[in-house]
Design a binder for this molecule. Structure first.
Ligand SMILES: Cc1cc2nc3c(=O)[nH]c(=O)nc-3n(C[C@H](O)[C@H](O)[C@H](O)COP(=O)(O)O)c2cc1C
Length: 327
């Protein structure tokens, strides 16, 4: 395996750096540029459950409202499912790195059978981004988690290619959830997705979207949960996502135990060629530390080193806030 080589979802990647799902992975031109700049794999821009269900003529509008229906219809007109399958086929023709299509969904209804078309188009794996808001107060967190289990079970019956689930971080017990994915033979988890977040504009008196781009400050929450998940005694691959803005950030996630590291916002800011800088920073750091492969240091700082991570975090918290170290 090459110096930066890693295994993710059973695929051999020449680098742990993956360009994550976004407009930057929506055209052949961008995908080729990502490969040329050193990406280990690409996750294509997501296809939405609504698009697929419309495609298979079962779109339900019963829970929707007219403005949303108009938006969805217009979106579907200009983003066809056939075009998406075409993009997968062409990407597989021209790229030598793995191509991972993505589906953004909120239920397991209707669309899951379509995953076979994606696999048949040549996809190396599939990433599923589940986005629903638990707004029904009569439903428990177990009900929300069941949405994941149902769709995984359906997908596993439909496709043989590896599946990664892209997660949000707001669950009562993420480690239990990941364990349940593992029991259902899911190959990987992406930690974490960044959801749309509303803000309020007090001049316009309106709800507006908060920034869709991350900052490097967001990585701390990711480090904790990757450090915990990778220390578990289960073999499910972890792809880090959110807050990677430099080679140092990528190294932090690898040290915490990630198998691969996804990059998005920083490439919007600095361009896809910035992947080369991130790669160079990782290589230089490895040389300084004397590491010849990623495997030599991956997970070195996960929570396995601490016998009881909860006690570790609690004592750190007590030290931090009692001010002993800062007086
Ligand atoms: C403009 C934009 C479009 C995105 N589109 C998608 C998408 O289609 N599917 C998806 O799973 N994530 C999407 N994301 C989320 C990214 O893949 C990524 O998980 C998130 O931005 C966090 O990574 P970052 O900190 O490197 O930006 C998008 C992000 C941005 C900024």
């Amino acid at each position: 395996m090459e110096k930066l080589g890693v295994k993710y979802l059973g695929l051999i990647l020449r680098s742990p750096l993956i360009v994550s799902s976004s407009r930057l992975t929506s055209t052949l031109g961008y995908l080729k540029e990502a490969e040329d700049c050193g990406a280990g794999a690409v996750v294509l821009k997501s296809l939405f459950e609504e698009q697929i269900n419309k495609h298979i003529h079962t779109l339900s509008t019963s829970q929707s409202y007219p403005e949303a229906d108009d938006y969805i219809s217009n979106y579907i007109k200009s983003h066809s499912v056939d075009e998406y399958l075409g993009l997968i086929r062409k990407a597989k023709e021209i790229l030598s790195i793995p191509v991972i299509p993505s589906i953004n969904c909120f239920s397991s209804e209707g669309w899951t059978g379509f995953a076979k078309n994606i696999a048949d188009a040549g996809a190396d794996a599939i990433e599923i981004n589940v986005f629903f808001l638990p707004l029904d107060r009569k439903k428990s967190s177990a009900d929300s988690e069941k949405v994941y289990y149902d769709l995984i079970e359906k997908l596993k019956k439909t496709v043989k290619i590896p599946i990664a689930i892209k997660l949000g971080f707001r669950f009562s017990n993420i480690l239990h959830l990941i364990d349940q994915f593992y029991m259902r033979k899911v190959e990987g988890v992406v930690m974490f997705n960044r959801f749309y977040e509303p803000d309020i504009d007090i001049d316009k008196m309106d709800i507006v979207p908060a920034s869709i781009f991350s900052t490097e400050k967001e990585r701390r929450l990711v480090i904790r949960w990757i450090g915990m998940a990778s220390a578990q005694d289960i073999k499910i691959d972890i792809s880090a996502s959110t807050g990677v803005h430099s080679g140092a950030d990528a190294i932090r996630y690898l040290l915490a135990g990630a198998d691969s590291v996804q990059v998005c916002s920083v490439l919007y800011d600095k361009g896809i060629p910035f992947l080369k800088n991130i790669t160079k920073q990782i290589e230089t750091w490895m040389d300084t530390k004397g590491y010849k492969s990623i495997a030599e240091f991956r997970g070195k700082l996960n929570y396995r080193n601490y016998q009881d991570p909860v006690i570790f975090e609690r004592t750190q918290f007590m030290k931090y806030f009692s001010g002993e170290d800062y007086s």
